[in-house]
Each structure stands twice: as C-alpha cells, then as structure tokens.
Write a protein that binds this ligand. Sequence first.
Ligand SMILES: Cc1cc2nc3c(=O)[nH]c(=O)nc-3n(C[C@H](O)[C@H](O)[C@H](O)COP(=O)(O)O)c2cc1C
Length: 256
Amino acid sequence: MTNSDTTVGKTDSETIRVLKNRRSIRKYADTPVSDAQVEAILSAAMRAPTSSNLHAYSVIVVRDPETKVQLAVPCGNQKHINDCPVFLAFCADLTRIEAAFQRYGHNLDDNNLEMGLVASIDASLVGMSAYVAADSLGIQGVMIGAIRNKPEVIADILGLPKHVYAVFGMCLGYPAEAPKQKPRMPVPGIVHREKYDATAALQSIDPYNAELKDHYVSVGKETSDDSWTNEVVAKFSTRPRDGLRAALKARGFDFT
Ligand SMILES: Cc1cc2nc3c(=O)[nH]c(=O)nc-3n(C[C@H](O)[C@H](O)[C@H](O)COP(=O)(O)O)c2cc1C
C-alpha cells in the first residue's frame, strides 16, 4: 500500500501485534479456561458497536462435554469442537426486538433482509471482539461456520427460540500447537485508495495462488499450482448450504 501521508505516526501496538500473530488453533492444552476469563472476554467483547444499539445478538457458552459432542455432529464431526475447553455460539437474536415491537402492537414476523443482516453483523462483531480479547489472554481457537450446516439441529441442542440462529461458533482454549500462519492476499489487491481498483483486485489472485501453494507444501498439505482458486471452486461452486435461506426463514429470519 503506498502511503501519501508525510507523517508516519505510531504504527505498532499490543493490539496490532496480537492481530498480526493470529492464526486458527485447533489443538488445545489441558489448561482450564476459567469462568472469570470467559466473563472477562465476553464483557469486553460486548463493548463492540451494535447497530442502532439494538444488541441483536446472544452468546451461548458451552462447557458440557456431552453438549459439545452433540454440536460436533452437525458441524461435520470437527474434532476440535469436542476437544476445546469452551465453545461459544454467537447467535443473531431478534427476540428482544420482537418484545419491544409487541409492546407497541407491532409484529416482527414481517421482517426483512435488513433485520437479518443487522443481527448477523452484530453477532460477528461481538464474536471477533471476543476472539481478540481471548487472544490477548493467551487463549486462542477457531471459528466454526459449520454451525450453519443444520440450523434447526443446532437450535434444538442449544434451546434457541424462534428469531435466534447461530451465525458461527468458536472453539477456545490454550493452544497446544503453533501452526505456521496462513498467508494473506497482498494488501494492494484488497485495500483500495479513494476508488475501487478492479485490476489490482484481480491481480492479487495469481501471486496468492503461488504463495498459498508454497505454504501448503511447507506444512505438508496436498495442493496444486492454483491452490486458492481450486479451493474456492471446490468448496463454493456447488451452492453450499443451499437450504440455509429456508432454514433461517423457519427460524424467523427473512433473507429474501
Ligand atoms: C466465519 C468463519 C467460519 C469458519 N469456520 C470454520 C470451521 O467450521 N472449521 C474450521 O476448521 N475452520 C473454520 N474457520 C477458520 C478458517 O478456515 C480460517 O480462518 C482460514 O482458513 C484462515 O486461516 P487462519 O485463521 O489460520 O489464518 C472459519 C473462519 C471464519 C471466519
């Protein structure tokens, strides 16, 4: 990224160092994560901005091994869900908004895409804040999008009422691995100055294919020359979670 500023200013901080060192952690030490730590993480995370002060999210803290075993199944049996000391489910939650509506005779059943987006963005912001807060204490983990594989099964396990769905989960614990960081796309392809640069955006693909391939080779993972584009097409060209819109509609979120 070229910088037109003449004054540089501070460019390093503890938070920047935490963010720059971040990587997904899927193996956990036996060291417990205390309730006080979870509370510290979540109360800090709740300082995240929330659209129109709606607080359109809830977080379910799961420690019970049996519940984690149940949750892992619809999430494709991801072992780290069973193994992590703490699993957090970040949910979009319109129930309090519904209650406010009802006080004045309004009905939330006729909600639109914006309500679902607002709640999903709220849940995402608080989730990422929790992730960073945890990391600042040495507690790391991985987000679990697979929690959207079967929203109704997850809702049963977690006792989620209508107008609540789990946007993503998060395994947390003290790390028992130090995986090499996965490279990121080059900044100039992602960050644009003043106007979107379509050429720069697309020019980042081939260098990233090469860099990701080198990364996978260095960690012993099977790959190909066009590693990123291949992965994207393999995972997303087949309309994954095609039933999600209908499943979320049944949970009271209208994403049409
Ligand atoms: C919303 C979201 C959902 C994710 N879901 C999963 C998941 O279900 N299982 C998993 O192992 N990793 C999951 N990840 C982790 C990504 O695969 C990971 O962040 C990405 O490959 C980059 O690697 P890094 O986090 O180590 O840099 C998810 C990440 C995000 C942001």
